[in-house]
Design a protein around this ligand. Structure first.
Ligand code: ADP
Ligand code: MG
Length: 236
């Protein structure tokens, strides 16, 4: 029964056109799993912001995405919803290990993303973890090998990738770069390149920034495939 529902959702996603999804106003119009819709509803999220309306359907369709939308426009849910759905569709379980990696420039942003994920993902079976530096290295090290979705800052993430044998990225389905322009502005280009070099090339990549920057797109190892450009800053 569950599989039948997922197959129906997959078909709806495949059939969904921009003409159609651009008319949507609420999350519950999107082809999302019941567990996630419940999490969104309980978290008080009802209406889609512009970037959510434009980006979520294309992400669900498994495209690589280069998206720009100003601060406060709702980018977090724009990538968290597709991340959660991707892993549900893949019937991801604890045994599958790390399925999605979300990189963001600061600890504060990482914590915010983590808290939103815990809320909206409450009714799913997925697990999530944070790697953000500070004093909890041993705790992080123990946990990184056991989570499905990992959110981290570049420096600490690379440290774990180099030092924690438990952090396996070979099964990774999805990479998200949040505030990609800021990651580069803050001098993380080399760190980011080193991280990207350790990830499987076959994956979906979602890149979100406040502005549409060329410097982000030319990241050598980003290896995006025919990315969709989505710019919510032009929309109104
Ligand atoms: P950005 O990453 O683009 O700066 P956030 O994702 O952090 O923006 O969202 C900014 C604020 O808007 C947060 O407080 C978040 O809870 C709220 N928010 C995001 N999407 C929605 C929505 N669809 N409905 C209501 N509030 C939202
Ligand atoms: Mg943000």
């Amino acid at each position: 029964k569950e599989n039948k529902k997922l197959d129906e959702l997959k078909q709806r996603i495949e059939d969904l056109t921009p003409e159609e999804y651009k008319t949507y106003t609420n999350f519950n119009e999107l082809p999302l799993t019941a567990d996630l819709l419940k999490g969104l509803e309980r978290s008080g999220f009802v209406k889609l912001t512009e970037i959510q309306k434009l980006a979520i359907p294309e992400c669900l369709k498994s495209h690589d995405i280069l998206a720009a939308a100003k601060t406060g426009s709702g980018k977090t849910l724009s990538f968290l919803i597709p991340v959660v759905e991707k892993l549900i569709f893949e019937s991801w379980s604890d045994m599958d290990g790390l399925g999605a990696l979300i990189i963001t420039p600061t600890r504060e942003l990482a914590v915010q993303i983590y808290e939103v994920l815990l809320k909206i993902g409450k009714f799913t079976q997925l697990s999530a973890g944070l790697v953000i530096g500070g004093k909890d290295y041993a705790f992080e090290k123990d946990r990184v090998g056991r989570v499905n979705i990992l959110i981290g800052t570049p420096g600490r993430l690379l440290q774990h990738m180099d030092e924690s044998a438990t952090l396996q990225t070979n099964n990774l389905q999805m990479l998200v770069l949040d505030e990609a322009d800021r990651i580069l502005d803050m001098g993380f280009r080399k760190t980011l390149d080193a991280i990207l070099g350790q990830l499987p090339a076959t994956r979906q990549t979602l890149l979100f920034s406040a502005t549409q920057t060329k410097s982000v797109g030319d990241l050598a190892r980003l290896s995006m495939i025919e990315p969709k450009y989505i710019n919510a800053n032009l929309a109104n």
